[in-house]
Ligand binder design. Structure first.
Ligand SMILES: [Zn+2]
Length: 152
């Protein structure tokens, strides 16, 4: 979402809550460049953005699914639920504003993993393992343990 004051392209969501009986979301935003704060509203659109899955099937973009994936990745990690929600919100904004009519699940997965990598390496790996569908979960778990050991 563009800053209305200085036209910086990426602004930060500082608060996000349902409004209008749950049919809309009100977001407080802040521009990282000029510190302007502003509010946006997001409402459902019947023919909104569609997501094309790996098997080719298309379904409506689902915020809860996106958020669920992020929350699972950060479970028991030093990442707050607010941070996880902010990541999901930012990715959703990106997808809804730049993605066009149909976006690939891969594009969404890449956006989420980019942001997770910045906040927590383990959460990032967990997320990538799900969205890239690793063939051998055991091998992946061992890799995860190696990273944890390095961090201790
Ligand atoms: Zn600004």
């Amino acid at each position: 979402m563009e800053c209305p004051s200085c036209d910086t392209e990426r602004t930060k969501v500082v608060d996000s809550r349902p409004t209008e009986g749950g049919t809309a979301v009100r977001r407080r935003r802040e521009c990282p460049d000029c510190s302007t704060r502003f509010t946006t509203y997001e409402r459902t659109e019947w023919d909104g953005t569609q997501v094309r899955k790996r098997d080719g099937e298309i379904e409506p973009f689902d915020h809860d699914k996106l958020l669920g994936g992020v929350l699972r990745a950060v479970e028991k990690r030093p990442v707050s639920e607010d941070e996880a929600r902010a990541i999901a919100d930012e990715v959703e904004d990106d997808v809804l504003s730049n993605g066009g009519e149909v976006v690939e699940t891969r594009q969404i997965g890449e956006k989420v993993s980019e942001r997770l990598r910045e906040v927590d390496e383990v959460a990032y790996l967990r997320f990538v393992s799900v969205y890239k569908e690793f063939d051998d979960p055991d091998e992946f778990a061992r890799e995860l343990d190696r990273i944890k050991e390095r961090q201790d």
